[in-house]
Write a protein that binds this ligand. Structure first.
Ligand code: PLP
Length: 420
C-alpha cells in the first residue's frame, strides 16, 4: 500500500487532480484526533464534515454496531422490517419537531434531498395538480445528485449540469431588510399556482461558508409559503442533531417544515445513512387504492440495520447529560474567543450559531483560491484540521472536544492572522 497506488487508482471527490495531486494518508482516528501515517496528530476541527460529533470511533457506538453486525447485517426493507429501524424511528420521532410523523430511509444527504423533492412533486401529482417550480435560497448547497444540484446555487459544483435542472426560483437568505420583498415576490410567483416546494437550509448555509440568517425573517417567509400550499423542505443535513444550540435548527422558528432531511451526524460518522422525515399530510397523499400513487423510490441499503443501530446509539449520546453539558461549554468557549478576536484589524466579521463558529478574514479570496490552501497548510502545521472556504475559516468540532483542544484551535486561528 502506498500513496503512489492512491494516485494510480483513485479519483477523489471535489479535487482537481492536476493542480492538487497529493492526499494525506490518515491511519487512524480516535476521539477528536486524526493520526497520519507518521503518527502526526490533527484535531478534527470540522468533525470530518460534521459527521463524527461524538468523537471518532466512540465505543458507545462501535460496540453496539459490532454486536448488531453479527446478529442481522442487512435485509431488504420492502416487505420486511427489523428492530433497529423500528427502535430508531420511535426515538427519532420523539425528538424531531412535533409535526413529523414518518421516516423514509436512504444513504446520504443528497439523496435525502432528492427524496424530499420527489415527495413534494408527487404529493401534488397524486392530487391531480401539476406543480413544478421550486423556490430555493441564494448560495444554498444541498448535494450532488440531480435534484439536490438543481436546488443548489454554488456553481463550481453544479455549473456544467445547469441546462438539465428542475425549474428553480431563488430568493436571498432572509434578513430583516429583504424578507418583505421576498414575501411579495413569492406571492406574485404563486399566482400561477405552479410552485411545488420551498427548500432551505435553516439558519446556517454550511457550504456557503457558514453563512447565517435570521430566524425571525425565515419564519415570516415560511408562514407565507405555507399559506400558499407550498411544501416546505428543511435541509438539516448539516444543522441537525444539536449543532445550532437546539436539536434541530427548525425549532428556532414557529412554523415547522413539512419535510426534514437528515444525514451526516445521524450515525455519528460511523456508517452512511440518511432520513427524509415528513408529516402525515404528506404521507397520507400517497395512500390510495391505486398502486402508482405509492412512493416508488428505494435504495438497496435502505434502513441498513447496522446504520440504524449507529444512529440510535448516536441519539442516546446526543441526549446524554455529558454531551449536553459539553455543547454548552463549547458555545460559551466560542463566545469568549470571539470577544477576544472580533476587533482584530485582520478580522472582517465573525458569526456563531450554537457550536458553529465562523470568522471572515479581512482579505478577498475565491472559494478555492490560493488563500484557502495557504491557510489549510498552516493549520495542519499547527496540528489542527480546518477547511477554510474563500476568506472564511469555521469551527464545527465534535461535541466531545475539551477546553485544551479548543484552545489549540483558537491559537492556530489567532496565529493565522499573522500569515495572511
Ligand atoms: C446542507 C447540506 N445538504 C446536503 C448535503 C449533501 O450531503 P451528502 O454529501 O451526504 O450527499 C450537504 C453536504 O455537505 C450539506 O451540507
Amino acid at each position: 500500500m502506498s500513496l503512489e497506488e492512491d494516485k494510480k487508482f483513485i479519483w477523489h471527490p471535489l479535487t482537481q487532480h492536476q493542480l492538487y495531486p497529493e492526499n494525506l494518508l490518515i491511519k487512524k482516528a480516535k476521539g477528536v484526533i486524526l493520526y497520519d501515517e507518521h503518527n502526526n496528530k490533527y484535531i478534527d476541527g470540522i468533525a470530518s464534515w460534521y459527521t463524527c460529533m461524538y468523537g471518532h470511533c466512540n465505543p458507545s457506538i462501535t460496540k453496539k454496531v459490532a454486536s448488531q453486525m453479527s446478529e442481522l447485517d442487512h435485509v431488504v426493507f420492502t416487505g420486511f422490517t427489523h428492530e433497529p429501524a423500528i427502535n430508531l424511528a420511535k426515538s427519532l420521532i420523539e425528538i424531531l419537531p412535533n409535526n413529523q410523523n414518518k421516516l423514509f430511509f436512504s444513504d446520504n444527504g443528497s439523496t435525502s434531498i432528492d427524496i424530499a423533492i420527489k415527495m413534494a412533486l408527487q404529493f401534488h401529482h397524486n392530487k391531480g395538480v401539476k406543480k413544478h417550480k421550486i423556490i430555493a435560497l441564494e448560495d444554498g448547497f444541498h448535494g450532488d445528485t440531480f435534484g439536490a444540484m438543481s436546488v443548489s446555487d454554488l456553481s463550481i459544483y453544479n455549473g456544467p449540469f445547469s441546462d438539465y435542472f428542475l425549474e428553480v426560483v431563488r430568493i436571498p437568505a432572509p434578513d430583516k431588510k429583504n424578507y418583505l420583498k421576498s414575501i411579495e415576490f413569492i406571492q406574485q410567483l404563486a399566482k400561477k399556482d405552479d410552485v411545488a416546494a420551498f427548500v432551505y437550509e435553516p439558519l446556517v448555509q454550511g457550504a456557503a461558508a457558514m453563512k447565517m440568517h435570521s430566524a425571525k425573517a425565515l419564519d415570516e417567509i415560511l408562514k407565507t409559503v405555507k399559506a400558499l400550499n407550498i411544501i416546505t423542505i428543511a435541509d438539516e443535513v448539516m444543522t441537525g442533531f444539536g449543532k445550532t444550540g437546539k436539536n434541530f435548527a427548525s425549532e428556532f422558528m414557529e412554523t415547522l417544515p413539512d419535510i426534514i432531511c437528515l444525514s451526516k451526524s445521524l450515525t455519528g460518522g460511523l456508517v452512511p445513512m440518511a432520513i427524509t422525515s415528513c408529516n402525515n399530510a404528506i404521507y397520507d397523499a400517497f395512500l390510495s387504492a391505486k398502486m402508482e400513487h405509492g412512493f416508488f423510490h428505494g435504495h438497496t441499503y435502505s434502513a441498513n440495520p447496522t446504520s440504524c443501530t449507529a444512529a440510535l446509539a448516536s441519539l442516546e449520546l446526543l441526549q446524554s447529560e455529558s454531551i449536553q453539558k459539553n455543547i454548552k461549554m463549547i458555545q460559551k468557549s466560542h463566545e469568549n474567543f470571539n470577544d477576544k478576536i472580533k476587533n482584530h484589524s485582520k478580522v472582517k466579521s465573525t458569526r456563531q450559531q450554537g457550536i458553529i463558529y465562523a470568522l471572515d478574514y479581512n482579505i478577498k479570496s475565491d472559494r478555492y483560491g490560493d488563500l484557502r490552501y495557504k491557510l489549510f497548510d498552516f493549520f495542519m502545521s499547527c496540528g489542527v484540521y480546518l477547511r477554510p472556504l474563500g476568506n472564511t475559516v469555521y469551527i464545527l468540532a465534535p461535541f466531545t472536544i475539551n477546553k485544551n483542544e479548543l484552545q489549540q484551535i483558537y491559537d492556530a486561528i489567532e496565529k493565522s492572522l499573522e500569515i495572511i
